[in-house]
Design a protein around this ligand. Sequence first.
Ligand code: HAM
Length: 425
Amino acid sequence: MNINRPRGTTDIYGENIEYRNYISNTARKIFEIFNYKEIITPAFEHTTVFSRSIGEGSDIVSKEMYTFQDRKGRLLTLRPEGTASIARAVIENKMYVENLPLKLFYEGNMFRYERPQKGRMREFWQIGVEAIGTDNPIIDVEIMWILNSLFEKLGFRKLVFKVNSIGCNKCREKFLIEFKRYLEPRIEKLCDDCRNRFDKNAMRIFDCKKGECINILKDSPEIYSFLCDDCKDKFKEILECLEELKIDYVIDKTLVRGFDYYTGTVFEIISEDLKSEQNALGGGGRYDNLLKELGGPDLPATGFAIGVDRIIMLMKQLKLSYKKDRELPRIYIIAMDRKCQFHSLKVLKYLRDSGIVCDINFNNRGIKKEIKLAEKNGYSFVIIIGENEIKTGNLVLKDIRKFKQYSINWENEKEKIMEFIGESV
Ligand code: HAM
């Protein structure tokens, strides 16, 4: 019987939970400042939500989706990303009748049947942002600004912010004619997948990771040179605003991103410290046609998502800490036996009601061992409750970092605990 977790998934606990919460809390604070509101959507959707949005020719739809039939034969898919679900939810709940733009954020687990390796999982966690209902370039700037602030706040300093524009439908139409003209004489050298893509969806040839196809693409025409005046102007405006905000960027004319829904400006944040193909920590861009293509109103939109698992991996590699806002003093109560445990309840209640992080020993390993354990688990104080303490009504509060101890009469001076640990009730 196989009772291990499925390949490409992970159990998250201990220090990784601290990192995750730190990333999530940091992101949430920034979202609040920029006025983004949370949305939670189902972990699975009707398959068409993704196949129509991300594109039939994309790697995700053609090879990586976890698709299954439910008991009534409906075709469902575990979400491989968040954008399509958000677009579906905005349309279905008619959220667009409220003030536009809608500014939304989400956190959730995503599922892609990829080959698991360092930084690439089959179940992974994203935090994302979507702004729906305006094509004003200032919102593209805002989205990139949030992304940049988030990485700055997390302590990253050496990331590369790549930007490009893949134009509107008109630009892409012109580009594709030239692109196909370039590929035609080289078609035999493309891999089977790309030969297929050539007919169905040539843009997706840019997603290919195979050496021969990458070589062919090196000299191909670039979408950037086919931008119409409107797309060029918008892109220029965005770059000027980024400069005004002192957000460093590099234009990467090869950046197209692996989803059909993108139009106009796209971007990615890369870490050169991650020496692998999986060095993208986040990415996004404009998707002006998606809502309409899913049967909704014609609303332009833009957004990004970050990969939480990869960020944790890099934070650990770079020794970036997950700082707690304020390190609360923590008290560990050591009760010497069951009777003492009962007497400890009132102390525990008093401390917990006062907002102090505290715990009690559930086994008695002896005072020395318990104190060592408390220290190891980040407690700075212990309170020992034994026969003597019950008899005298006095508690011993030990500061295990500074090797000090205080005797406190429970009935008359329990507030002194707060004084000694530097907290007011
Ligand atoms: P994406 O680039 O596919 O974009 O994913 C965003 C981030 O999720 C990546 O940069 C990476 O850090 C992380 N990620 C992706 N796949 C994996 C994986 N298999 N294992 C671990 N981490 C992974 C999107 O998903 C778009 N929905 C972003 C977006 C939002 N565009 C507009 N709005």
